[in-house]
Design a protein. Structure first.
Length: 360
């Protein structure tokens, strides 16, 4: 089942990206059409190229590469192919799990649809429906994939007898006695008992870099709307107000929670966890570990906000009549969220346990 789902995702992603996403018209006088890939060119021309390439990677390349790796590994297991390094390939596919944002793009697309509908009549195209199917299949495939069974099929777990020094892999959870810390895992290629202390400084640096970017991210406009009567700039809060004023208050709540509440929680939470590594305390270790898991699950969703700007801009693009452009605040907001995602990925709860003396 997982193999079939991954193969379907891989086949559907190119048409989802290159076929028409949405079609728009104003009073049946002017017509426009957008594709998911067209957002890349729009962002590149209007703001800054890292945002453009980031959108391309998160919305298409990372999900496609992840699906391809899963197809290769699962097919090798299913048909008994002798594939070298299949454990490493599966580890890479799992690493891309955090960065494959098809579900986030779909939610952003829904809000972009209603934002564009304020200015024009909008219809969802075949590319939009196909991408929605890709996102749904990705969620289902992720839930159905038995990762422990995959690791067992790649290489069965080994029994570690008592009385021996045991080393383990943090990725595939394999334990063994005939290897040393720092050796590559024979199943997935990850470093056995890798040192976690060097990850603290990069995680702190990512959070420290994100904090000053919050001001231009929330003070600057994420979307600019120029029409025959006005030139309007909408910040994150302005977008919430605009959606609420036009009767789409429920989508305004989504923007407020995803664009403001979650990033604030993520930043405060990461500062607290990183601080507890530097100033350890044995009390509350379990609670802080659970908190990290919540932060890890939520960290992707703020990317909805810059993606709304990326998707809405190509939909309403009628120069001189009504035109939506990606605003200058979208790029720093994208950078803030990407840096928080990086900090969450770099951080490991074991840092807190080790510095508190609860781990060797």
């Amino acid at each position: 089942m997982s193999l079939a789902l991954s193969l379907t995702i891989l086949v559907l992603l190119p048409p989802a990206v290159f076929l028409p996403l949405m079609a728009s018209t104003i009073k049946q006088l002017v017509f426009g059409e957008s594709r998911l890939v067209s957002s890349v060119g729009v962002i590149y021309s209007e703001v800054w190229f890292p945002f453009a390439f980031g959108f391309l990677f998160f919305a298409f390349l990372f999900p496609a590469v992840r699906a391809l790796l899963q197809v290769i590994v699962l097919a090798a297991i299913r048909f008994g192919w002798r594939l070298p390094n299949r454990g490493q390939l599966f580890r890479w596919s799992e690493e891309l799990r955090l960065w494959s944002l098809t579900d986030v793009v779909v939610i952003a697309g829904v809000i972009a649809y209603y934002r564009a509908a304020i200015s024009a009549t909008v219809e969802i195209g075949i590319g939009g429906w196909t991408y929605l199917l890709v996102a749904v299949l990705s969620i289902v495939a992720d839930r159905l994939l038995d990762r422990r069974a995959v690791w067992q099929a790649i290489m069965p777990d080994r029994h570690a007898p008592r009385g021996y020094n045991i080393v383990s892999c943090d990725v595939c959870e394999m334990t063994m006695t005939n290897r040393q810390p720092g050796d590559p895992c024979p199943r997935c290629g990850e470093t056995l008992d890798h040192r976690i202390a060097p990850r603290w400084v990069p995680a702190v640096a990512a959070v420290a870099a994100a904090i000053p970017l919050c001001f231009p991210a929330y003070a600057g406009s994420i979307m600019v709307n120029q029409n025959l009567t006005a030139f309007l700039e909408h910040t994150v809060f302005g977008t919430v107000q605009l959606l609420a004023d036009r009767g789409y208050w429920q989508y305004g709540v989504v923007v407020l929670v995803a664009g403001v509440a979650i990033p604030v929680v993520e930043l405060i939470g990461m500062m607290w966890l990183l601080g507890r590594v530097r100033f350890p305390n044995t009390k509350g270790l379990v609670r802080r570990t659970r908190m990290y898991r919540v932060l890890h699950r939520l960290v992707r969703w703020p990317m909805i906000i810059p993606f709304i700007a990326a998707l809405a801009a190509p939909i309403v693009s009628f120069k001189g009549i009504d035109n939506i452009e990606t605003g200058p605040g979208a790029t720093p907001l994208f950078a803030v969220i990407a840096l928080i995602m990086l900090a969450v990925r770099l951080f490991e709860p074991r840092m807190m346990w080790k510095t508190a003396g609860e781990m060797p």
